[in-house]
Design a protein around this ligand. Structure first.
Ligand code: NAD
Ligand code: MG
Length: 396
């Protein structure tokens, strides 16, 4: 029986993870559920999954949940950063699903990495922010990192075991790999006339053609900032050189990414676009379990198509690739600016195409500095958020 902590239990990845646990009740247990403040959702998850611990980041939410939970369930409710760190590093915990959205996921995820837990990594923002430090911490503690993000999970499945066991430090070329092909659907605005993009609303941006996801990653998919963050995520996970990562638009989201080998072979992982597949793969690796996902029906799929991304449509993708080549400060600043911009867009404060403006401004204001600790990264993140807020005030 594996004891799992689910960071971000009330979200979309949290729901899919609990779904896979329910399919395999003899092998996995939701030991602890962690979320920000959604009391009603958490209450219903508690009744369904009966965790031993529940942690709410919001103190008032923790209090309300504690009052609403019947004592017979025997669930302990905690709040406060220290309690969260104790929870993810507890001796009883085998696996941590890192599925908090955004930079808020960094500190608890890194604590789990340092404690040598098996890490199911959905929270790409934490790796984008801390790249080398994150991978070094995993190497030092021996924590196995398993990529949940469907593209990175697909790539992982198409790589030899020697690389799977040496993420962050592998040498793709030495294993006969020419490059990685990161696929992306192009999001809901793939065919929208470019001059109309500025009129797109949050509801339109969140209506992804193939995937059902939380609001932040949905907006990132519409701008293809998500593919940009994934580009940076892949850079750290697979230790890629500049020429070893390429982005391909594949609107059907059936191929989840590919690996091009030296001899001309291309390995791809395919499946229905449902996050329960990569989650189940990570939970059971190197074995296979039921995920509840239907097999892919090729007759229904019919066609697979591909095209090159147009940076005039997706300026955020170009910014992220540039930031990746610039290094850690640039990716940390870009991630922070983007979180502020997406939140402002979702709140109706700025237009869709302003997101790229906020991000470009963040990168242009970048000052060279060296990041040697998580404290440095968090300080730069805070500073970049303040600058992005200030720029948004000027914009509006
Ligand atoms: P979501 O918005 O549906 O859920 C977010 C979760 O994070 C919620 O449980 C919320 O309570 C929690 N949370 C938010 N702020 C928090 C804070 N300050 N402290 C603690 N918890 C907090 O998001 P999602 O779509 O499930 O995505 C979660 C992560 O997984 C993101 O990093 C996303 O990029 C990544 N991811 C998601 C998908 C997907 O299909 N949804 C695919 C790949 C990667
Ligand atoms: Mg993805």
């Amino acid at each position: 029986m594996q004891n799992m902590v689910i960071l971000g239990a009330t979200g979309s990845i949290g729901a899919s993870t609990l779904g896979v646990i329910s399919q395999n009740p003899d092998a996995y247990r939701a030991y602890a559920l962690v979320a920000h403040s959604n009391v009603d959702k958490m209450l219903s998850l508690c009744h369904q999954h009966k965790p031993q611990f529940v942690h709410m980041v919001d103190e008032a939410a923790a209090k309300a949940l504690n009052e609403a939970l019947s004592p017979e369930l025997g669930i302990e409710v905690t709040t406060g950063e220290q309690a969260l760190l104790e929870l993810v590093t507890a001796g009883d915990v085998d696996t941590v699903m890192a599925a908090i959205v955004g930079a808020a996921g960094l500190v608890p995820t890194l604590a789990a990495v340092k404690a040598g837990k098996r890490i199911l990594l959905a929270n790409k923002e934490s790796l984008v922010m801390s790249g080398q430090l994150f991978m070094d911490a995993a190497k030092a503690s021996g924590a196995q990192i398993l990529p949940v993000d469907s593209e990175h999970n697909a790539i992982f499945q198409c790589l030899p075991e020697s690389i799977q066991q040496n993420l962050g430090y592998c040498d793709l070329g030495a294993d006969g790999i020419s490059y990685i092909l990161l696929t992306g659907s192009g999001g809901p605005f793939l065919n929208t006339p470019i001059e109309q993009l500025k009129l797109m609303t949050p509801a339109q941006a969140c209506k992804h053609p193939n995937w059902s996801m939380g609001p932040k990653i949905s907006v990132d998919s519409a701008s293809m900032m998500n593919k940009g963050l994934e580009f940076i995520e892949a850079r750290w996970l697979f230790n890629t050189k500049q020429e070893q990562l390429k982005v391909v638009i594949h609107p059907q989201s059936v191929i989840h990414s590919m690996v091009q080998y030296r001899d001309g072979s291309v390995l791809a992982q395919l499946g229905n676009p449902d996050m329960r597949t990569p989650i189940a793969h990570c939970m059971s690796y190197p074995e296979r379990i039921q995920s509840g996902v239907e097999p892919l029906d090729f007759f229904k799929v019919g066609q697979l198509s591909f095209c090159e991304p147009d940076y005039r449509r997706y300026p955020c993708l170009e910014l992220a690739i540039e930031a990746c080549h610039q290094g850690q400060e640039a990716t940390t600043v870009l991630n922070a600016a983007n979180e502020i911009a997406v939140a402002a867009f979702l709140a109706g404060g700025i237009g869709f195409t302003d997101i790229a403006k906020v991000n470009a401004h963040g990168l242009s204001a970048l000052q060279t500095q060296t990041l040697t600790s998580i404290e440095d990264i968090l300080a730069l993140d805070t500073e970049a958020r303040a600058k992005a807020r200030e720029f948004i005030r000027q914009l509006t």
